[in-house]
Write a protein that binds this ligand. Structure first.
Ligand code: B12
Length: 1006
C-alpha cells in the first residue's frame, strides 16, 4: 500500500495500523523504518487508551495537503489523471478557505481550468439524510456503466461539516460498489463553512471534473435541511430522494425541492405507507406546478428499493434520468430500461404475516414456563393432599374428613395434564434406571449400553448422571419441566443421554499456507485419534471470495492465518488421505461469504474420493448408474459442518461479499439441495455467536442475537415451503466461551429455548428440538501480555463448556494473541481438554451443573434477558429490520467499548494485563525470536501458479459453465445444484465475480 501510494504521487497519505500482538517489535520497527506512520501495539493501547491513540493520529494527520505546484497539474488533468483531478479539487477547497489575498494568487489556475471545461450534463441528487441517496447513486452509476458505453462519470459527494468539531464523515464511498471502474471518479467534499448543503468550492470542483473530460457529473448533497433547493443552481437536472416517512402530508409543503426537482424518488419503498406517500407526493408535485390536466401517475415520482439488486424501480428511475438528461443537455443516450417498470419487493425473506416471529418465540417460552409452574403447583397440592390423607389415616381420623380429602385429591389429580401424570408415574422407574450399573438406550433400533458408574481411586462409585432426591411431586414436576435428565425435553442439561464414548468432543481449528501444508497439519493433529474431526481455517483471500493474485491487497495474505483454497484441485489436496465418508470423520469449514462455492468443492471432493475407491475395487471405470449411486450414497453419508451463517457476518465478522438477500437465497438453496439429496449428516449452517462475542458482545447479546438469527433461518426456510423436520436437524450452533458468569449456563439456556420453541411453536419432532453446538474458548480473553497465563483462562472456559455439555470444543492456544498457534502451543491447548476429560474427577459425571442454586438462578436470569432482547429485535422489524439500522452492530460496539474502557481503567482486573504486571516482561529480543507461523513466498507463488494452470486447463469450459450458473441464478434455479457443476471447471474468484453480476455485491451500512 505504501509503495502504491508513493507510485501514484500520494505519499502524503499516512498509514496507521494496529495488530494486537501479531506484529512483533522487530516487524513494527521494520514497518516504521519503511515509512508506515505508526503501528499501535497492545502495550500502546494499554498506555494511551483508545482516545489517546486517536488523538495522536488526528494530530499527526492535521496538515495541509495542498501544494503550490497546482498549475503543473493542469496538463495532467486534460489526460484525465486522477491525481491531478484530486489535487485541483483540493486547490478549489483551499481557495475558499484562505484569505482573499492568497485566494487571488490562485485565481489564474482556476481560470485556466474553467477555460478547459467541456459542456456536459450535471445531475444534482439531494434529499433527507438516511433516505438512501448513496445506495441509489451507486445503483445509478452501475446502470450507467452497463448501459451507456464508453462514457465516463464523476461523482462529487458533499458531506456536512459538524459545527462543533469541524469534522466531516466523508465516508460515502464505503457504500459504493460500482465506482471501482476506470470510467468512474469519486470525490467527497465537506460543506465546511458554507452553511448550506453544498461546499463553497462545488462550482470549481465541477469545473475541474468537466475539464478532465467526464461525460456526466453527479453531485450528491449532504441532505441536511428538509429540501434545500441550492442544488438546482449548479445542475442541469435534479433528483430529490426521500422516503415515506415525512410525517403529515402538510410537511410536503415545506420541501422546496418538490417544486424544483425534475425527478422525485421515494426510496425504501418496501416500507409501510409507501403507496400512500407516493400519492401524496404526486399530488404535491401536481399542485406545485399546476398540472391538474395531467394524471397523477404521469408525475415524475418513482418508487425504488435501491438496496435490492436489479430493482425494477431503480431501472425506471434510470430510464427517466437518461430521458431528462437527453432533453436538457441535448445528448442522445440510449437505455434498455423503461420508465414504467413497477417497484416491488422481490426475494422476500420474511413474509409479512410472519413478521412478529420473535415476539411469538418469546411468548412461547414464557407460556411454557407458566404452564410448567401451574402444573408444579397442582402436583405439589396433590402431594400435600396425599400427605394429609396419610396423616389423617394414621391418626384413624374421621371418615368424613378422609372422604372429603379424597374428593379434593381426585379433583386435583384431574387437573394434572397427561404429560404431568406420565412424569409422575414414571419417576421411580427413571430413578431406578439411573441407579444401576448399566443404562440401555435405543437409537434407530440399535441398543446402546452405557456403563453408568466410574470408580474413583478411593473406591467410590461416581454416577454418570446424578438425579435429584426429591419426594415432593411439585419439585419433581418443576425439575422435569425445567431441567430433566440429559437427552430428554427440554434438554436443558444436554441433548444426548450420554457423551459419545471413544470420541472426545475436541475439534481444533487449523489452516496455513498451501493445501498440502494444512493437510500435513491435519494428519499431525488427528494422528492419535480414531475419530478424525478436522476444522478448517481459510486465509482471508479465500474468506473474501478472491483468487490468489499479485494484486497488492491480495498477495501478502495468500496462505496467511488460514489455508489458501481456490480450486477443486486445492480442495482435493486439502483432505487427501482422509476418508471423508468414514463414520468417524467429520470436517468443519469456517467459510461464510463464499460458503456455497467452497461447499460445492468439498462435496465434489468427497464424491470423487468415493468414485476412486469404487473404481479401484472394481478395477474399471464406473457405469453411469454406478456413478449416480456412489454420488448419492456419498451425499447421504458425508459428515461435517459449513459455517455459512451470513446474518452474523453482517453483525460481527464482516466477510460479507454478496448482497444479504442473495446470500440468504443461496443458503436456502443449499438447504433445499440437502433435502433433495438426503444430506443428513452434514450441517448446512453453523449459526454462530462466536464472532458476535469476539467482536465485543456480552454473553447475553451473543446468545440472543445468535438464537434470533437461528429463528430467522427457520422462518425463511419455512417460507420457502420446506418442512421443519426436513431442515432443522441440519442446523447447528457455535458459541464463544468467556469467563463472565453467564457463560456457565450458555448451553443450558440455548437448548431450553430452542427445544421449547421448536416443539411448541413449530410443532417440530424430537430430532429437530435438539440444539447442538460447537464452542470455542474466547480469543479475546487471550492477551499479548503474560501469554502463559492465557492457558489458565482457557482451562476455566473449557471446563465450563464441557460441564455445560457442549457437543464439540476448540481450546485456544495461549499464543494466539501473537501468532497462529505453533505445534507446541496447540499440544498444550489439546492437553487442556484431555486433562479435563481424562483426569478431572468430577468430569466423570455428565450433569454436574444440575441442582446448584446459582446455576438455576443464572439460567432463569439469562433466559429472561434473552427473551427481552428478542422482543427488542422484534420491535425493530425482526433480525433483518434491526440489521438495517445497525442495531446489532451498534450494540456489539457499545458493549465492546464498555469492556475496553473497564480494562483500560483497571476497574475490571485482568491478571498480568492491567494488574499484577510481570516484573520481568519478555525482552524485545525474546519477542522477536518467537516462533511465528507465516506462509512463505514460495507457497504464495505455488498457489498462483496452480490457479493459473487450473484456469488454463479449463479455459474452454469455464465460460459456458459460468454462463449456465448465471442463468440458474436469474431464472430462480437452485444455485447450489449448479455450483456443484461449476466448481469442476471454474475457480473461486471466477465464480464470485459471475455471481456479483446476477446477485449483487454486499453494501455495508454505516
Ligand atoms: C476478536 C478476534 C476475531 C473476531 C473479530 C470480530 C470483530 N469484528 O472485530 C473474529 C472471530 C470475527 C475473528 C476472525 C478472524 N480472525 Co481473529 N482474532 C480476534 C482476537 C481474538 C482479538 C482481536 C481483538 O479485537 N482484540 C481487541 C482489540 C481491542 O485489541 P488489539 O487487537 O490487541 O488492539 C489493540 C492495539 O493493537 C490497538 N489497535 C489495534 N488496531 C488498531 C488500529 C488503529 C488504527 C489504531 C489506532 C490502534 C489499533 O488498539 C487496541 C487497543 O489496545 C485475535 C487474537 C487476540 N487475542 O489478539 C484474533 C486474531 C487477530 N485473528 C486472527 C485470524 C487469523 C482470524 C481469521 C482470519 C481466522 C480465519 N481463518 O477464519 C478471521 C478473519 C475474519 C475476517 N473478517 O477477516 C489472527 C491473526 C493472525 C495474524 N495476523 O498473524 C489472530 C491474532 C488470532 C490468531 N493468532 O490466530 N477474529
Amino acid at each position: 500500500m505504501y509503495d502504491l501510494l508513493k507510485e501514484r504521487g500520494a505519499s502524503h497519505i499516512r498509514i496507521y495500523g494496529g495488530g494486537g500482538g501479531v506484529i512483533i517489535p522487530k516487524e513494527i520497527k521494520e514497518l516504521h523504518d519503511y515509512g508506515i506512520a505508526r503501528i499501535f501495539s497492545p502495550e500502546d493501547g494499554r498506555q494511551y487508551g483508545l482516545q489517546g491513540m486517536i488523538d495522536q493520529m488526528i494530530k499527526e494527520c492535521d496538515f495541509p495537503t495542498f501544494t503550490a505546484e497546482a498549475s503543473e497539474q493542469i496538463e495532467k488533468l486534460q489526460d484525465g489523471e486522477t491525481n491531478a483531478i484530486a489535487k485541483l479539487i483540493t486547490l478549489a477547497e483551499h481557495q475558499v478557505t484562505v484569505g482573499k489575498e492568497a485566494a487571488a494568487s490562485l485565481e489564474p489556475v482556476m481560470e485556466k481550468v474553467k477555460s478547459l471545461e467541456k459542456q456536459v450534463p450535471v445531475v444534482g441528487i439531494t434529499g433527507t439524510g438516511g433516505a438512501g441517496k448513496s445506495s441509489l447513486t451507486d445503483e445509478l452509476i452501475r446502470r450507467f456503466i452497463n448501459e451507456i458505453p464508453e462514457k465516463k462519470v464523476a461523482i462529487l459527494s458533499v458531506d456536512p461539516t459538524k459545527q462543533k468539531t469541524g469534522g466531516a464523515l466523508l465516508g460515502d464511498r464505503i457504500r459504493m460498489n460500482a465506482i471501482f471502474n476506470p470510467r468512474v471518479y469519486m470525490r467527497s467534499l465537506a460543506t465546511r463553512n458554507s452553511r448550506s448543503e453544498l461546499s463553497l468550492a462545488i462550482q470549481d470542483a465541477i469545473s475541474v471534473v468537466k475539464a478532465a473530460g467526464f461525460d456526466l457529473i453527479i453531485v450528491e448533497t449532504s441532505g441536511i435541511g428538509q429540501g434545500d433547493a441550492g442544488i438546482t443552481e449548479i445542475c442541469d437536472a435534479s433528483m430529490y430522494v426521500m422516503t415515506s416517512e415525512f410525517g403529515a402530508p402538510s410537511q410536503l409543503e415545506k420541501i422546496d425541492m418538490i417544486d424544483y426537482a425534475d425527478l422525485i424518488v421515494i426510496n425504501k419503498f418496501e416500507r409501510k405507507g409507501s403507496e400512500d406517500a407516493m400519492r401524496q407526493v404526486q399530488k404535491q408535485y401536481q399542485r406545485s406546478r399546476m398540472l391538474f390536466e395531467k394524471e397523477l401517475e404521469d408525475m415524475p415520482v418513482y418508487g425504488t428499493i435501491a438496496s435490492q439488486f436489479n430493482d425494477p424501480g431503480t431501472n425506471a428511475v434510470f430510464a427517466a434520468l437518461v430521458e431528462t438528461i437527453n432533453e436538457k443537455a441535448g445528448t442522445d443516450w440510449k437505455t434498455s430500461f423503461t420508465k414504467n417498470a413497477k417497484v416491488e419487493k422481490q426475494n422476500v425473506i420474511i413474509p409479512n404475516e410472519q413478521r412478529y416471529y420473535l415476539r411469538e418465540v418469546s411468548e412461547t417460552v414464557r407460556g411454557y414456563h407458566k404452564k410448567a409452574e401451574e402444573q408444579a403447583d397442582l402436583a405439589r397440592k396433590l402431594f400435600q393432599l396425599e400427605g394429609a390423607l396419610l396423616a389423617v389415616k394414621e391418626q384413624e381420623g374421621n371418615e368424613e374428613v378422609i372422604a372429603s380429602l379424597d374428593a379434593i385429591k381426585s379433583a386435583a389429580e384431574e387437573k394434572l395434564s397427561a404429560e404431568t401424570k406420565k412424569i409422575l408415574a414414571g419417576w421411580d422407574d427413571l430413578k431406578e434406571k439411573y441407579s444401576g450399573e448399566q443404562f440401555v438406550t435405543k437409537i434407530r433400533d440399535k441398543e446402546i449400553v452405557t456403563v453408568l458408574k466410574t470408580k474413583s481411586l478411593s473406591g467410590l462409585s461416581i454416577p454418570k448422571v446424578a438425579l435429584p432426591k426429591y419426594k415432593d411431586y411439585g419439585e419433581i414436576i418443576r425439575w422435569v419441566y425445567r431441567e430433566n435428565v440429559p437427552g430428554s425435553f427440554p434438554y436443558t442439561a444436554g441433548v444426548f443421554p450420554f457423551k459419545r464414548e471413544g470420541e472426545d468432543p475436541k475439534r481444533q481449528f487449523a489452516g496455513e499456507g498451501t493445501p498440502e501444508r494444512t493437510n500435513r497439519r491435519f494428519h499431525y493433529l488427528s494422528k492419535d485419534d480414531a475419530a478424525k474431526r478436522l476444522s478448517t481455517a481459510f486465509d482471508s483471500v479465500t474468506l473474501y471470495g478472491e483468487d490468489p493474485d499479485y494484486r497488492p491487497d491480495i498477495y501478502g495474505k495468500v496462505g496467511e492465518s488460514g489455508v489458501s483454497i481456490c480450486t477443486l484441485d486445492d480442495m482435493k489436496k486439502l483432505y487427501a488421505g482422509f476418508d471423508l465418508c468414514h463414520p468417524s470423520t467429520s470436517v468443519s469449514m469456517t467459510i461464510n461469504g463464499p460458503a456455497p462455492i467452497i461447499l460445492a468443492m468439498f462435496m465434489n471432493t468427497a464424491i470423487e474420493q468415493q468414485i476412486e475407491v469404487k473404481e479401484q475395487e472394481l478395477g474399471r471405470v464406473l457405469t453411469p448408474e454406478e456413478f449416480t449411486e456412489v454420488r448419492a450414497k456419498t451425499l447421504q453419508t458425508v459428515r461435517g459442518t459449513v459455517q455459512a451463517d451470513i446474518l452474523k457476518e453482517d453483525q460481527g465478522q464482516n466477510t460479507c461479499i454478496f448482497s444479504t438477500e442473495f446470500a440468504l437465497r443461496m443458503m436456502g438453496d443449499i438447504q433445499q439441495y440437502f433435502i433433495d439429496h438426503k444430506v443428513r449428516n452434514y450441517y448446512s449452517v453453523s449459526i454462530s455467536g462466536y464472532h458476535i462475542a469476539e467482536a465485543g458482545a456480552n454473553p447475553i447479546s451473543q446468545l440472543a442475537f445468535t438464537l434470533a438469527n437461528g429463528f430467522t433461518y427457520v422462518e425463511y426456510y419455512l417460507s420457502r415451503g420446506m418442512n421443519i423436520n426436513d431442515f432443522a436437524p441440519n442446523l447447528s450452533f457455535f458459541f464463544s466461551n468467556g469467563l463472565d458468569p453467564e457463560y456457565t449456563v450458555l448451553g443450558r439456556v440455548a437448548r431450553r429455548i430452542w427445544a421449547t420453541v421448536m416443539r411448541d411453536k413449530y410443532g417440530a419432532n424430537e430430532r429437530s428440538q435438539k440444539l447442538k453446538y460447537h464452542i470455542q474458548t474466547s480469543g479475546r480473553s487471550l492477551h499479548a501480555q503474560e501469554i502463559d497465563f492465557n492457558d489458565i483462562r482457557t482451562t476455566l472456559q473449557a471446563l465450563m463448556a464441557l460441564q455445560d455439555n457442549c457437543n464439540s470444543l476448540h481450546t485456544n492456544a495461549y499464543d494466539e494473541a501473537i501468532t497462529t498457534p505453533t505445534e507446541e502451543s496447540v499440544r498444550r491447548a489439546m492437553a487442556i481438554q484431555m486433562i479435563i476429560t481424562k483426569e478431572h474427577g468430577l468430569s466423570k459425571n455428565e450433569n454436574p451443573l444440575q441442582g446448584a442454586f446459582i446455576v438455576d438462578e443464572l439460567t432463569d436470569l439469562v433466559e429472561e434477558q434473552v427473551l427481552r432482547e428478542f422482543e427488542r429485535i422484534n420491535d425493530r422489524g425482526g433480525v433483518l429490520g434491526a440489521m438495517e439500522t445497525q442495531y446489532q452492530r451498534g450494540k456489539i460496539q457499545d458493549e465492546s467499548m464498555y469492556y475496553e474502557m473497564k480494562k483500560h481503567t483497571g476497574e475490571l482486573p485482568i491478571i498480568g494485563v492491567n494488574t499484577y504486571l510481570n516484573p520481568n516482561p519478555p525482552s524485545e529480543d525474546e519477542m522477536n525470536n518467537m516462533e511465528l507461523a507465516r506462509a512463505t513466498k514460495e507457497e504464495k507463488e505455488t498457489q498462483i501458479h496452480n490457479l493459473r494452470s487450473f484456469q488454463d486447463r479449463n479455459k474452454d469450459k469455464s465460460e459456458e459453465a459460468l454462463k449456465q450458473l448465471k442463468e440458474a441464478a436469474v431464472s430462480g434455479g437452485n444455485i447450489f445444484a449448479e455450483l456443484m457443476e461449476t466448481v469442476k471447471v471454474a475457480s473461486l474468484g471466477q465464480i464470485t465475480r459471475a455471481l456479483y453480476e446476477v446477485g449483487g455485491q454486499y453494501r455495508r451500512n454505516m
